[in-house]
Design a binder for this molecule. Structure first.
Ligand code: SF4
Length: 331
C-alpha cells in the first residue's frame, strides 16, 4: 500500500527506544524545524505551556521545512497556540468523574483514562491539561471493580488515555482481566493512536495479551492519508488477526484534512485496510486550538460532498462533544 510521502528514512526499531528518542523540548525541535526569527520566542513559550512530543517515526512522515505540512501542523507547536480562548476541560470530564481515572457520562458506558502518557502530543488535544501532570497510570483496581458491581447498567468499558497501549503490559492485562471477569461488561473498547504513530509497539507481547481477551474493539485515531503507512497497515492486520475489530476516529482540522479529497482518500483507504471509519469529530475548544477549528457549516458541506462519493461503509458520523459535558451530538 503506497500512500505515503516519505521525505526521510523511517526509524523503526524497539518502540521504547523510539519513544526515548522523541523530540520533547524547543531545543530538540529547533535542530530539525527551521523556525523563523519571529516565531522562535513564541514557539519557545508554547513549548513551556504545552510541551511537544514528536517521535522519530512521526518526524519521518513530515516535511519539517514546510510549515503547512499536514503532519507537522498536528504535532509541532505554533505561535498561534498563544491566541484565542480555550477551556482546560472542554468536555467537563472532571465533573463526571466518580473516582480518579474514570468518567461516567453515559449510563451504560464507563470511560477509564488509564494514563497521561502518549506517543505524541497532538496540538489540538482536548486532554492536553494532563501533559504537564506527573506521569500516572491507572491503578484503582479495587475501586473500579466495586464501581462496576454497584453499577450493573455499565455494559461497555472504554479504555483510553493518553494512550492505553503505552501502559505497562501488567497494567493493561489487569484492566482487561477485570473487564472480562465483570458480570455486566459486554463490550471492551480501546482508543489509541499508537498503531498509527508508533506501530513498532504492536509487538508479539501486546498481540498475545490482546488475543487472550478478544474480541476487543480498537478505535484508531488517524487524521490524514499520510499517516497510513506500510507499518501501520501491518499493525492493523496483526491486530485484526489477534481478534480485534477496528474502527477509526478522525478530528476535522483546518489546514490538515478539511477537504473532501483528503477525507475521501483517508476513509477509503482505511476501509481497504479493514478499518471502518466511525467518527469525524469537530475539534474541541481546548486552549490554543482555535486555529484548527473548521466552521460547522463547512464541515457539513464536506460531509455532504462525501455522500455518494465514498462507499457507505467508509462514511463516518460527523459529531461533536458538547462543551461542558453535554455529550456527543451528530452534526
Ligand atoms: S493521542 Fe489522543 S490523548 Fe494523546 S495527545 Fe493525541 S489526542 Fe491527546
Amino acid at each position: 500500500m503506497a500512500l505515503r510521502f516519505s521525505p526521510a528514512p523511517r526509524v523503526v526499531g524497539d518502540w521504547r527506544l523510539e519513544l526515548a528518542q522523541s523530540l520533547t523540548t524547543f531545543e530538540d525541535l529547533e535542530r530539525v524545524i527551521p523556525f523563523s526569527p519571529r516565531e522562535r520566542e513564541k514557539v519557545r513559550e508554547v513549548c513551556r505551556l504545552f510541551p511537544p512530543l514528536v517521535t522519530p517515526f512521526l518526524l519521518s512522515l513530515m516535511d519539517p521545512a514546510h510549515s503547512m505540512d499536514p503532519v507537522r501542523l498536528q504535532v509541532v507547536p505554533s505561535p498561534v497556540e498563544l491566541e484565542g480562548p480555550g477551556m482546560e476541560d472542554p468536555l467537563g470530564e472532571e465533573d463526571h468523574s466518580p473516582f480518579p481515572g474514570a468518567v461516567h457520562r453515559y449510563e451504560n458506558r464507563l470511560l477509564v483514562v488509564t494514563t497521561n502518557r502518549c506517543a505524541l502530543h497532538c496540538r489540538y488535544c482536548f486532554r492536553k491539561r494532563n501533559w504537564k501532570r506527573p506521569p500516572f497510570h491507572f491503578t484503582s483496581w479495587r475501586i473500579l471493580e466495586s464501581y462496576l458491581k454497584a453499577h450493573p447498567q455499565v455494559e461497555d468499558l472504554l479504555i483510553s488515555g493518553g494512550d492505553p497501549l503505552l501502559l505497562p503490559e501488567e497494567g493493561l492485562e489487569r484492566l482487561l482481566s477485570l473487564a472480562r471477569s465483570s458480570d455486566n461488561i459486554k463490550v471492551v473498547r480501546i482508543g489509541t493512536r499508537v498503531p498509527v504513530v508508533l506501530p513498532s509497539r504492536v509487538d508479539k507481547g501486546l498481540l498475545d495479551l490482546l488475543e487472550t481477551h478478544a474480541p476487543l474493539w480498537i478505535c484508531l485515531h488517524v487524521n490524514h492519508p499520510r499517516e497510513l503507512t506500510e507499518e501501520m497497515y501491518q499493525a492493523v492486520v496483526a491486530l485484526s488477526r489477534a481478534g480485534c475489530a477496528l474502527v477509526s476516529q478522525t478530528v476535522l482540522l483546518k489546514g490538515v484534512n478539511d477537504s473532501p479529497d483528503t477525507l475521501a482518500l483517508l476513509f477509503t483507504h482505511l476501509l481497504s485496510m479493514g478499518v471502518k471509519p466511525y467518527y469525524l469529530f469537530q475539534c474541541d475548544p481546548a486552549p490554543g486550538t482555535a486555529h484548527f477549528r473548521v466552521d460547522m457549516e463547512e464541515g457539513r458541506r464536506i460531509m455532504t460532498s462525501l455522500w455518494g462519493r465514498v462507499s457507505g461503509l467508509a462514511y463516518p458520523h460527523y459529531a461533536m462533544d458538547l462543551p461542558g459535558g453535554g455529550g456527543k451530538v451528530l452534526l
